[in-house]
Design a protein around this ligand. Structure first.
Ligand code: EPU
Length: 337
């Protein structure tokens, strides 16, 4: 059985809180429901995950599937590690909290990231020096056209920086039902080197941190920098951090000696898009009901009642000014629908 609703507002189903309608919204609670939908050969179909990395620019015609497949199940374990199968409709942060409560290590740096477990491999979520691919084992998916089940192993997913095969070659082709992760039960390799994690741990008076302490620190840092989507509509980083040639970086450094960068290869570096946008004068600017966040210029916000097209126009304007000023192309990280 599937639950089908007509002309439903998606406002509460996207973290930008854009108020557009889905012509037909179908909640998928288990594989059987998905097979029922595939058998009906409905068209067009779109798959909505946690709605945290998406900008909706208009009503969605056709059929929108909402992944509600839940469950956290232990598949295998030995004395060192554990394999867990997670329903793709689970909230990512709740999965992180579950793992912390069982003292399982590997995703503590990915605390408080909004969105669903199914979206995590789709865009290979990352934060504070860790990407989900480091704990990913495989995922179960169903082909939307022919209903075939497929188990994708890590080397088939083409994970990159906020990228996977599901955002590129296989875009819109598969419905991810479950994701299988391997977490550590002991000898946790804690990542404290990125950003303010170590300083926050020290400030909190902790000498030998555990996964819970790292998670607490990440939550504290994220809360201090990033707007809470329950209070201000946003989809986290709107743009990806661009990778540029070192030659361009050095010529920019002559003009802007303080320009930050992270080494990527012999010839390239990554530059924080937030810095480029701030230096282009957009940080904290509001334009009617939308704007650029005051503490993190990489985050575009909807203060309430803003529409997706206006946010997209603002993104284009930012992209243009950054290109004119720095000769760097910045590309959206969020999916535009
Ligand atoms: N910066 C500025 N001004 C700003 C924002 C940033 O100058 O307004 C500069 C600062 O130099 C800062 C540097 O950018 O030191 C990096 O900033 P931050 O540590 O906040 O990280 P980010 O590169 O802006 C990335 C991810 C975030 C993730 C953080 C922490 C991307 C697109 N974004 O942001 O991910 O939380 O690192 O790991 O890679 C997300 O994907 O939605 C997201 C929030």
């Amino acid at each position: 059985m599937i639950l089908l609703e007509h002309n439903i507002s998606l406002k509460s189903l996207n973290t930008f809180a854009i108020d557009v309608n889905a012509e037909n919204l179908i909640a998928i609670y288990h594989e059987a429901g998905l097979f029922e939908v595939i058998a009906k050969k409905l068209c067009p179909i779109r798959i909505l995950g946690g709605g945290s990395n998406i900008l909706l620019t208009g009503d969605l015609v056709g059929y929108t599937l909402k992944n509600e497949i839940k469950g956290i199940e232990i598949i295998d374990e030995d004395e060192n590690q554990i394999m867990i199968k997670v329903g793709a409709g689970e909230k990512w942060h709740q999965f992180v909290m579950w793992s912390i409560s069982h003292n399982l290590g590997g995703i503590e740096n990915l605390s408080l990231i909004p969105g669903s477990v199914g979206a995590a491999p789709m865009q290979n979520i990352g934060a504070y020096g860790v990407e989900q691919e480091s704990v990913f084992h495989s995922l179960n998916a169903v082909h939307m056209a022919n209903g075939e089940k497929k188990l994708f192993f890590k080397d088939e997913c083409n994970f990159g920086y906020r990228e996977s095969i599901f955002k590129k070659e296989l875009k819109d082709q598969y419905f991810i039902t479950h994701v299988n992760y391997i977490l550590r039960k002991k000898d946790h390799s804690l990542q404290l080197d990125y950003g303010a994690i170590r300083d926050t741990i020290l400030k909190n008076g902790i000498e030998s941190p555990d996964v819970q302490n790292i998670s607490d620190a990440v939550i504290e840092i994220r809360k201090s920098k990033l707007p809470d989507p329950n209070l201000i509509g946003n989809a986290g980083s709107f743009f990806k951090n661009p990778v540029i040639q070192k030659t361009l970086y050095h010529s920019l450094k002559n003009i802007h000696p303080e320009i930050p960068c992270y080494p990527i290869s012999e010839t390239t570096v990554k530059v924080p898009a937030g810095w480029l946008i701030e230096k282009s004068g957009f940080k904290g600017k509001t334009f009617n009901k939308i704007g650029v966040h005051k503490d993190q210029a990489l985050v575009l916000v909807n203060y309430g009642g803003g529409c997706g097209k206006d946010i997209l126009d603002l993104a284009f304007e930012i992209k243009k000014v950054v290109k004119d000023k720095f000769k760097i192309d910045i590309e959206p990280e969020v999916n535009i629908w």
